[in-house]
Design a protein around this ligand. Structure first.
Ligand SMILES: [Zn+2]
Ligand SMILES: [Zn+2]
Length: 78
């Protein structure tokens, strides 16, 4: 069943960068996330992993390090 979902994902991937993942939750193309698709529509990139904001925030090891060490200021996160 999971594999079926994975192959279905490959079929419906719109960014060209998705691979089959182990769980259904991980099988999500960036084009399936509404606000992200809006950003992609307004830019020349095809995948959100090429977006400057994603590269700076999600692929920067120091940003990730600080996020893990610093307490979250958002009360809903605790
Ligand atoms: Zn994709
Ligand atoms: Zn993508």
């Amino acid at each position: 069943m999971i594999k079926k979902w994975g192959f279905f994902l490959l079929f419906r991937c719109d960014c060209g960068n998705c691979e089959t993942m182990a769980t259904n939750e991980e099988c999500l193309c960036c084009h399936e996330v509404g606000p992200i698709e809006e950003i992609l529509d307004q830019s020349s990139i095809t995948c959100f992993t090429q977006h400057e904001g994603f590269i700076g925030n999600c692929l920067n090891r120091y940003v990730i390090q600080v996020s893990l060490l610093a307490p979250c200021p958002n009360a809903f996160c605790t």
